[in-house]
Design a protein around this ligand. Sequence first.
Ligand code: CA
Ligand code: CA
Length: 151
Amino acid sequence: MKQKELLAQIDQQRISDAISEAEKSCSGEIRVHIESSLRGKNLREFAERTFERLGLTKTAQRNGVLLFIAAQEQQFVILGDEGINNSVTPDFWDQIAVHLTEKFKAALYTEGIVEAIQSAGTHLCAIFPPHASDVDELPNEISFGTGEHEK
Ligand code: CA
Ligand code: CA
C-alpha cells in the first residue's frame, strides 16, 4: 500500500490524541512513524535508525517507545528504549505488532494504531508513572519518512 493511500485512510488527529491521552498517565514518550517503503532494507535496522533520528534515545528516563510502520510492505516493529526493555519480555512488542498486522489486514488502520498505542501506553505507565515535573519531550504528531535514510 502506498503511503499516500494509507494516509488517506487514517485519522491522524485520532492517533495523536491517543498518544496525548496515553502520555497523560505516564512520564514516557510514544511516537508513531510511517515510512513510505523500506526499499529493500531491513525492517528492524531501519526502525532503529529512525528511533535515533527522532530523538527517542534522548529522553531523560530513556522511556521512549516508537511504533514504526512501513506502509508499502505493511510491516511493523515497536521499539522501546533501554529504560523499558529490561521490564518487558522479548516478545512483548512483537505481540503488539502481530495484533497490528491483523488490524491492517482487516483495513482497520486507525483502530489498529490506536490500540497499539494503548497497549504500549498501559505498559509504559505501569513502570513510569507520571510525575509533577513531567514534560512532553517529543511531539505527539505522526512522523513521516520517504523511504530514504536521512543521515
Ligand atoms: Ca513525558
Ligand atoms: Ca509526547
